[in-house]
Design a protein around this ligand. Structure first.
Ligand code: NAD
Ligand code: IPM
Ligand code: MN
Length: 330
């Protein structure tokens, strides 16, 4: 029996997860919910309880909404550590973040379990605090390979983004990507870009971008920029994949504490993440395509405040279920 582990998390997380759960139920897909993030810290002192990790490992796929509580920001034990820990434990090193709007169709392939967020960090005797960015050749090669493969299935163009003019790790990054491209993916047109000016390219000419591969921190930041130019964080979905085992399917956005509890969060990013789960995680391609389409229909019919409308989170869910029924997917 197919089983999805659902991690609703914090803030708007449970609100948008509820709409995804309605779709899972309508499709007859089994699921269970597990404590994760800030709520798990408050209840049991651990953002990634052992029970939650075990359930994720056993599932066919993980559907994660968002974590983060303002009262825990900057504390020693934080919700975000649970998210980083889960990604590391499941080995999901490749985070695919599509950004689409009329005339724009880009895909950011973000390295997800290395670099600055996972390197040695601490405080020295002289009072200096530090984080370090480290990458090994195999870590760069596996994400580069994923980038080339995604590009080959799309428009055949890959932009590798780094900071080779300053960062030591970027020199390794650029060498590995170039070598792999020349050796194994001659059909993919490879370009390199520096992260600062590439951020400007995303804002000024997003329609020129096909597939992007980049390291963890740059991908984190650039994917929010890409979301901003394609309708906002309420729409941006992602798939976090390894070589085997369950993937994590998660919106790009966070727990949005300013709008939490009001029932107005846009569930589209979450529902599109579920569509990625159906296709990449479960191989249910027809249902994935139908859900993508249903979300587009629902957004046109019932836009939430982030899109200039007045619909609620559950209005969008209602419209999605209606559209799936109309398409005879249910
Ligand atoms: P955020 O993504 O939560 O919010 C940024 C802006 O986008 C806010 O204006 C918010 O209202 C809006 N927004 C986000 N999602 C929306 C949605 N579905 N519908 C409508 N509007 C939406 O980023 P932040 O405010 O920087 O972070 C808040 C918390 O979330 C922090 O604790 C952070 O660590 C956490 N966070 C978690 C994840 C995750 O769980 N994957 C991702 C990013 C941030
Ligand atoms: C994201 C988030 C996370 C990240 C944080 C909350 C750990 O910003 O998924 O984009 O940096 O990966
Ligand atoms: Mn982010």
């Amino acid at each position: 029996m197919t089983h999805v582990a659902v991690l609703p998390g914090d803030g708007i997380g449970p609100e948008v997860a509820a709409e995804a759960i309605r779709v899972l139920d309508a499709l007859g897909i089994g699921h269970s919910e597990h404590a994760f993030g800030g709520n798990a810290i408050l209840a049991q002192g651990d953002p990634l309880p052992a029970e939650t990790l075990a359930a994720c490992r056993e599932a066919d796929a993980v559907l994660l909404a968002a974590v983060g509580l303002p009262e825990l920001e900057g504390e020693a034990v934080r919700p975000e550590q649970g998210l980083l820990g889960l990604r590391k434990e499941l080995g999901v090193y490749a985070n695919l973040r599509p950004a689409r709007a009329p005339g724009i169709d880009m895909m950011i392939v973000r390295e997800l379990v290395g670099g600055l967020y996972f390197g040695a960090k601490g405080t020295r005797d002289d009072g200096t605090w530090f984080d370090t960015c480290e990458y090994s050749r195999p870590e760069v090669e596996r994400i580069a390979r994923r980038g080339f493969e995604v590009a080959a299935e799309r428009g055949g163009r890959l932009t590798s983004v780094d900071k080779v003019n300053v960062m030591h790790t970027s020199r390794l990054w650029r060498d590995v990507v170039s070598e792999l491209g020349a050796r194994s993916y001659p059909e993919v047109l490879l370009e390199h870009a520096l992260v600062d000016s590439f951020a400007m390219t995303i804002v000024q000419s997003p329609q020129t971008i096909d597939t992007v591969v980049t390291e963890n921190t740059f991908g984190d930041i650039l994917s929010d920029v890409a979301a901003a130019v394609t309708g906002g964080l309420g729409l941006a979905a992602s798939a976090s994949l390894g070589d085997e085992g369950p993937g994590i399917f998660e919106p790009v956005h966070g727990s949005a504490p300013q709008i939490a509890g009001r029932g107005i969060a846009n569930p589209a990013a979450m529902l599109r993440s579920l569509a990625l789960l159906l296709s990449h995680g479960l191989g249910r391609f027809d249902e994935a395509a139908a859900l993508e389409k249903a979300v587009d229909t629902a957004l046109a019919e019932a836009p939430t405040p982030d899109l200039g409308g007045t619909s609620t989170t559950s209005d969008v869910g209602d419209a999605v279920l209606r559209a799936l029924e109309a398409a005879r997917t249910l």
